[in-house]
Design a protein around this ligand. Structure first.
Ligand SMILES: Cc1cc2nc3c(=O)[nH]c(=O)nc-3n(C[C@H](O)[C@H](O)[C@H](O)COP(=O)(O)OP(=O)(O)OC[C@H]3O[C@@H](n4cnc5c(N)ncnc54)[C@H](O)[C@@H]3O)c2cc1C
Length: 424
C-alpha cells in the first residue's frame, strides 16, 4: 500500500488529504502535527468570534472519523540531528510520499527603530494568545487606552474588532473570559489603523469592514482618503468605509489612515508613540500598544529556504518527486482557507501522476514511526481534548480551550478525569 505523510494538520494539509483520497485511491494517508490537536490556524488564527469560519474543522474531521486518514500528533519535523524531532530523511524512509504543510509561524517584524520596545506585539502572536495556542498562552501586559495597528489586511481588522468589542459581544465565541476581561480592563478609547496603500488598494475584504458597522459604541474617522481618486469611487472597499458611522460621541474612536508609512516607534520603558510618513508630512501618534499586522516571515532558515531553493516547481509545490510542499509553507502567507483547497487539488493530481513513475517500495508508514518515537498522540486523543473543552465551556462560550501543552497531552492520553484549569 502506498504510504503518504502530510506534515501539518492545518487547512492546506487537510484539503490535500481530501484531494489525495480521490486522486490516489487505496493509499494510506497520515497527517502529522507538532501539536496534539489538528486544524492549524483554523483553531489558532481565525478569530474566536468567527465561529462560522472555524466550522470548516467539522468538514476536516470527517477525514479522520470516516475516511481512514490517520492523525499523528505531538511530533515535530525538524533538521537532521535535532533532539526530539523527526527528520525529513527518517520520514521519507517510512513513507513513499511526504508533503510539508507546516504553515509559517512567525510574525514579520516591523523593520523600524523601536520595534523591540515592550508594548509592541505581532498580530500573529496576539491572535494565537486569544486562541490559547500553547506557545503563546502567557499573560499579556496591559494594553492601555490608545492602540495603534500597523497594517490593514483582514488580520489587522480581526485585531481591531476584537480589541473594540465589549464583553457581551463575545457571546457565542470561544474567547476565554480571561482574554475578554483583559481587553475590557484596558479601557480602550482610541484605535488608529494605518496602511501604506490608498484605501481602494487596502488589503482588507469589504465584508470585514461592514461587520464593524454593527458595533454601536464605535465611531470612525478617516485620514488620507483623498488618495483614492474619483475613478475608484465605486470600489467596494470605499463603499464599506463610507457606510461606517462617523466618530461623534462614541466610546471608541477608530481612525483609518491611508498612505501612511511607519518610520519609527519611540518610548523609554514601553512604546509611547508611533511615527509615520504621510506624503512627506510626519504624523506622530501617542500610544500604549502597537500591533504590527504586516504578515508572516517567509525566510525560514533550514528546511523551508533550502527545499524551496532547489524546488522542481515551487509554485505547484513540487520539491522533487516524492517530496512536496503545500499551503503557506509552499506559497508564502497569502490567501484564505478556501484558497488552499484549489491549490491542494492541483498538487494531488501531480502527486498521483508522479506515483506512476516512482519505484515500488514496501514502506510501513506509521508503524516505522511508532518504533522510533515516543509520546505520539492520535485522533482519539484529540477527541478527548475536544470533549473536555466542550464539557468545561462557560456561559456564553462554545468551548473552553486547553492552553497548556502538558494538560493537553494528559487529556489526550486519557489520564485526566477533569478539564485542567485553563483560566489563570
Ligand atoms: C490570524 C489569522 C487569521 C486568519 N483568519 C482567516 C479567516 O477568518 N478566514 C480565512 O479564510 N483565512 C484566514 N486566515 C488564513 C488561513 O488561516 C490560512 O490560509 C491557512 O491557515 C493556511 O493553512 P496552512 O495549512 O498552510 O497553515 P497552518 O494553518 O498554519 O497549519 C500549519 C500546521 O503545521 C503545524 N506545524 C508547524 N510546524 C511544524 C513542524 N515543524 N512539525 C510538525 N507540524 C508543524 C502547525 O502546528 C499547524 O497545525 C487567517 C490567518 C491568520 C494568520
Amino acid at each position: 500500500m502506498i504510504q503518504i505523510a502530510i506534515v501539518g494538520a492545518g487547512p492546506s494539509g487537510c484539503y490535500l488529504a481530501q484531494a489525495l483520497l480521490k486522486a490516489v485511491p487505496g493509499a494510506h494517508i497520515d497527517i502529522l502535527d507538532r501539536l496534539p490537536v489538528p486544524f492549524g490556524l483554523v483553531r489558532y488564527g481565525v478569530a474566536p468570534d468567527h465561529q462560522g469560519t472555524k466550522a470548516v474543522a467539522r468538514q476536516f474531521a470527517r477525514l479522520f472519523e470516516k475516511q481512514g486518514v490517520g492523525f499523528i500528533g505531538n511530533v515535530t519535523l525538524g533538521q537532521e540531528g535535532e533532539g526530539g524531532t523527526l527528520s525529513l530523511s527518517e520520514l521519507q524512509s517510512a513513507y513513499d510520499v511526504v508533503v510539508l504543510a507546516l504553515g509559517l509561524p512567525k510574525d514579520r517584524a516591523l523593520p523600524l527603530p523601536g520595534a523591540a520596545l515592550p508594548g509592541v506585539i505581532g498580530a500573529g502572536q496576539l491572535t494565537r494568545h486569544w486562541n490559547d495556542h500553547p506557545d503563546d498562552s502567557a499573560s499579556l501586559p496591559d494594553l492601555g487606552r490608545r492602540v495603534v495597528i500597523v497594517g490593514q489586511g483582514n488580520v489587522a481588522i480581526d485585531v481591531l474588532r476584537i480589541l473594540a468589542k465589549r464583553a457581551e459581544h463575545f457571546d457565542g465565541s470561544d474567547l476565554a473570559h480571561r482574554h475578554s476581561d483583559h481587553i475590557a480592563a484596558a479601557g480602550i478609547e482610541s484605535i488608529d489603523i494605518l496602511g501604506r496603500s490608498p484605501a481602494h488598494e487596502a488589503k482588507f475584504d469589504p465584508v470585514m469592514v461592514k461587520e464593524l458597522a454593527k458595533l454601536p459604541h464605535m465611531g470612525f474617522a478617516f485620514e488620507g482618503l483623498a488618495h483614492s481618486g474619483a475613478a475608484s469611487q465605486d470600489d467596494a472597499r470605499l463603499e464599506a468605509l463610507a457606510n461606517l458611522p462617523a466618530a461623534a460621541d462614541h466610546d471608541i474612536r477608530v481612525t483609518f489612515h491611508f498612505g501612511a508609512t511607519p518610520t519609527r516607534l519611540t518610548g523609554t520603558d514601553r512604546v509611547s508613540a508611533a511615527q509615520f510618513d504621510c506624503d512627506g508630512a510626519e504624523l506622530s501618534l501617542p500610544c500604549d500598544t502597537v500591533v504590527s499586522a504586516i504578515g508572516f516571515e517567509t525566510h525560514v532558515p533550514g528546511l523551508r529556504d533550502d527545499l524551496l531553493a532547489g524546488a522542481e516547481d515551487a509554485a505547484l509545490g513540487v520539491l522533487r518527486p516524492g517530496l512536496y510542499a503545500a499551503g503557506w509553507f509552499a506559497r508564502g502567507p497569502r490567501g484564505t482557507i478556501p484558497e488552499n483547497r484549489q491549490a491542494a487539488q492541483a498538487l494531488a493530481a501531480r502527486i498521483a501522476q508522479d506515483l506512476g513513475t516512482l519505484p515500488k517500495t514496501s514502506k510501513t508508514g506509521a508503524a516505522a514511526l511508532a518504533a522510533r518515537l515516543s509520546g505520539l498522540t492520535d485522533y482519539a486523543g484529540w477527541q478527548r481534548i475536544d470533549a473536555a473543552e466542550l464539557a468545561a465551556c462557560d456561559a456564553g462560550r462554545v468551548r473552553a480551550k486547553v492552553a497548556d501543552l502538558t494538560d493537553m497531552l494528559t487529556l489526550a492520553a486519557g489520564r485526566a478525569q477533569d478539564h485542567p484549569e485553563t483560566e489563570t
